[in-house]
Design a binder for this molecule. Structure first.
Ligand code: F6R
Length: 240
């Protein structure tokens, strides 16, 4: 694992964006899988600012996203699709037909998981971008999830519901379930870039990097991959 420790959130964005740009230069039709949440936000801001200034094109880029809440549609302001549309997709020239997202409002969620899995099988990822939960989750793969998992419906842990309640007006509004890409799909990417900032992530980062490769820390699966970059601020790196 390559570990890059930077001064703050804005710097994580600079490093991550350099990686994306370098890939797009070689492969303008790269396939990139994105997370939502606060960790990648500075990166998305940097991508939008660069698009306005330098017109880096995403026309041929194919996108996937890690996860979506059950019951929240694209127009719901807390859905992950809405987050991506408003923070990135609507502000760059990505072709809407190239955007792949799990649909959290479909009746048959298991069929939806199978459909998404098939799309992932047919579109190998060049870059997987990740955040990490304070409990070591990646995507919504909570501790105890099988390393062999593929896209599935998950019940969110109490700590994830608590962490994510900051985006909702009350904890009661946080959906209890989500669709998430599985761990075997997450690591099926040429390159993995994980961004983590803040002291709340320090223990998860320590377990991810130095702990045993164990399903109790889903992010520890990254130790099995030979092209992983962790971009951390000093606080997130403080237990390494
Ligand atoms: C979001 C996702 C989650 C987040 C993680 C960290 O799509 O897959 O694993 O990356 O919960 O969230 P933030 O960045 O908000 O701390």
């Amino acid at each position: 694992m390559k570990i890059i420790v930077v001064g703050g959130a804005e710097d994580t964005a600079k490093v991550a964006f350099q990686e994306i740009k370098a890939t797009l230069k070689k492969k303008p039709n790269a396939t990139i899988c994105f997370p939502t949440g606060s960790s990648p936000l500075p990166l998305y801001k940097a991508m939008v600012a660069d698009f306005k200034k330098s017109k880096t094109s995403y026309k041929n880029v194919v996108t996937f996203n890690l996860d979506e809440y059950k019951g929240l549609g694209a127009k719901h302001t807390q859905s992950y699709r809405y987050f991506m549309d408003t923070n990135l997709f609507n502000s760059i020239d990505v072709n809407k037909d190239n955007i792949h997202f799990p649909n959290g409002v479909i009746k048959d969620l298991n069929a939806e998981c199978n459909r998404y899995h098939e799309e992932l099988v047919n579109n190998h990822r060049d870059i997987q971008i990740l955040g990490i939960g304070s409990n070591g989750h990646i995507g919504f793969n909570e501790p105890g999830t099988s390393f062999d998992s593929v896209t599935h419906v998950v019940s969110l842990s109490a700590s994830t519901i608590r962490d994510n309640s900051r985006f909702f007006s009350s904890i009661k509004e946080v959906p209890k379930q989500a669709i998430t890409m599985g761990l075997s799909e997450i690591i099926d990417s040429d390159k993995i870039i994980l961004i983590a900032t803040g002291i709340n992530k320090a223990k998860a980062i320590r377990d991810c990097v130095k702990g045993p490769i164990d399903e109790n820390c889903p992010a520890s699966i990254l130790q099995k991959h030979d092209n992983v970059i962790l971009i951390l601020d000093k606080e997130a790196a403080s237990l390494l």
